[in-house]
Structures are given as C-alpha cells and as structure tokens.
Design a protein around this ligand. Structure first.
Ligand code: DOR
Ligand code: ZN
Length: 342
C-alpha cells in the first residue's frame, strides 16, 4: 500500500482552549479534519448560550481553513432547565460531564454523581435527544479510576435508556465489556491509548508529553482497545482528546495532564491500521461511525496520505505559546500529501 484516502475525518473529542493557544492549535485541526467536537472545559466553562456563541465565533476566526465545522458543547450543570436545553439544543452536539476534580479545569465539574442529583438535567436531555459525553473517572487510585466509575456508567445507562451516553477516551478492557452490554453506551478512543502503555510514560525516563487523564494503562488494556478500534466496532469512534498545554506547564513540577496529537493523529492512525492490515476499517473508525452515532453529515474534506516519512515537529509555536506534540522528533511512515476541500 503506497497511498490512502481518508474522507471527511472527524475528531469527536478535542480541546482547543482560548486566546493565543486557540489561535495556535485550531488551524492544526481545521486543516486536517472536517469537524471536531469541542470540549467546554474553559475557565469559566461554557454554560450559557452567550458564552457558547462567543466561543464558537472565536474558534471559527482562529481556524483559517475551509470545510471545517466546530461541533460545540456545554458543560453539564445540575440545574439546567428543560426550556434552556430546548432553546440551545440545535446549537450544540452534546453536553459534557466532568466529575469534580478529575482532570484539567474540572474544578467546575459536578460534585455528586448521585442519579437523584443528575436526574432533572438528564431527563430533559433524554427527552430532547441531546447526547451526554462523560469523563468517567473517580478520584481513587490512578490505575483504577475508570474501572471504579463503571457502576456509574451502568446506572446512567439503565436509568436513562433513551439517552445516548458517550464513554469518553476509554482506556481499559473492562470499559469495553460494559460498552457492549448496553445499547445506549458508545465510546471514543484516542490515538495515544491505542499506542501507549504506562511504560511509555514512567517505565524509563519520565515523559510528560504522554501524561494524560485517564492515564494510559496495561498492555492487555491497550490490546483490547486496539482490537475494538481496528475492527471499527460501530459503537466506537475516534476522539483524539488532543489537549494542548504550554510546554512550561508540561515540563515542570505539577505538570498538566494532556497529550497533544491533533496534527499527527491521521498519520499515526494510518500507520497503525496499515501495520495491522486493517486500512479498510479506518474510514469507519475516523468518520462513518461518528456520523451514524451523532447523526451528522460532515463537510467534504479529502485527505490523501502517502507512504513517505514524516518527522514530527519538536513543537508548534505562536507568539508566546509553545506546544509539544506526542512523539516529538520521531518518524512516522505516512505523510499527508494533499487536502481537497469540497
Ligand atoms: O489528559 C487530559 N487532559 N484529559 C482530559 O480529560 C482533559 C485534558 C485537558 O483538558 O487538558
Ligand atoms: Zn478531554
């Protein structure tokens, strides 16, 4: 195989931030993807129509590429009214829920995961057909946080059978079992959870650019995720969770969680699917499954990849912002040759 085409790739979990960092990273997604689901975990988070519209506008102004659509979200609040959600429904693709304190900027997340507390908003969302995206981790021991959250996913799935629930960035084989058990559960998978285990973060020299939440796990977890993604199981879709942080806030004490992959994800996924002889499934994993799950029609963007070495840049810089991608300085055997909008 010497070349490969990806049609209208979608990144169904992306952090774009704001201000100069937004201006730095937004073009690195809008160039290669035809749409991306944008996370609302700014400080303050996006929780009103005014903030949503203003943020969407700032994203569009930062993108500078055709045929890219930011699919925006608001942060889950326990006191959203039915009228508010009805009024904002057509402007958003989903509502994102973070439990309090589990990851970057989640100090504005929900402080109780009790169904009785979540019920009013979730019932309205369910009636209105608004999907729920969840960062499913507890504050337990770091390797067990996702596993400990599974009973919560299960009770959400049982209590709200008509609500589409997206288990974001799944990282364990136990999550896959649960995903398959309930019709209303779906999941995103990142490229880093397909490629890394905890050894790549802490097994040798410490690598802050592979540190994220949920932390990458054991080889058998990665293997299970890989099999699911390579088969393009219809309940999973690509969501990079590309999460840029300034170099200084990664290479330091108290380094921030987040792996930046936006400009290298397509090349890495093509390499990975080719290595496993599964390129035929890549368009489903990276676009078609998400189209069906979210019932969306992306703008046309044709990405031509060729088998040619691509050296991952050491960093991306704009004004005072500098972001280091995963695998900086390393070689990938696939490059993006041409992009056709329309
Ligand atoms: O590692 C992460 N970083 N995981 C998340 O869920 C959030 C993200 C961020 O916003 O930096
Ligand atoms: Zn995220």
């Amino acid at each position: 195989m010497k070349d490969f085409i990806i049609n209208s790739p979608l990144d169904m979990h992306l952090h774009l931030r704001d201000d100069d960092i937004l201006k730095l990273v937004a073009p690195l997604t809008s160039k290669y993807f035809s749409g991306a689901l944008i996370m609302p975990n700014l400080l303050p988070p996006i929780t009103t129509k005014e903030a949503l519209f203003a943020y969407k506008q700032r994203i569009i102004e930062s993108c500078n590429h055709d045929n890219f659509e930011p699919l925006v979200t608001i942060l889950f609040q326990v006191d959203y009214t039915y009228e508010f959600l009805k009024n904002i429904k057509d402007e958003i693709i989903a509502v994102k829920l973070y439990p309090f304190g589990v990851t970057t900027n989640s100090e504005t997340g929900v402080s109780s995961m009790e169904i009785t507390v979540l019920r009013p908003t979730l019932e309205s969302m369910s009636k209105l057909g608004i999907p729920l995206c969840v960062h499913g981790e507890t504050k337990g021991f770091v390797m067990d946080r996702e596993k400990e959250f599974l009973p919560i996913y299960e009770s959400l799935a049982i209590n709200f059978p008509d609500l589409k629930i997206i288990m974001e960035h799944i990282s364990t084989k136990e999550s896959i079992e649960l995903l398959k058990k309930y019709n209303n559960l779906y999941a995103t998978i990142t490229v880093h959870h397909l490629l890394l285990t905890l050894d790549d973060v802490t097994g040798g020299m410490l690598n802050p650019h592979t540190f994220c939440k949920p932390i990458v796990k054991r080889p058998d977890d990665r293997q299970a995720l890989l099999e699911l993604a390579l088969s393009a199981h219809p309940k999973v879709m690509f969501g990079s969770d590309s999460a840029p942080h300034h170099r200084k806030t990664k290479e330091c004490h108290d380094g921030a969680a987040g792996v930046f992959t936006a400009p290298i994800a397509l090349q890495l996924l093509t390499q990975l699917f080719e290595e496993h002889g599964k390129l035929d499934n890549l368009n489903a994993f990276i676009s078609l499954n998400a189209q069906k799950i979210y019932n969306i029609k992306p703008k046309s963007k044709v990405i031509n990849l060729v088998k040619k070495d691509f050296i991952i840049p050491n960093s991306y810089i704009y004004k005072n912002e500098e972001v280091v991608p995963m695998f900086n300085g390393k070689k990938i055997s696939w490059s993006i040759e041409k992009i056709n909008n329309g």
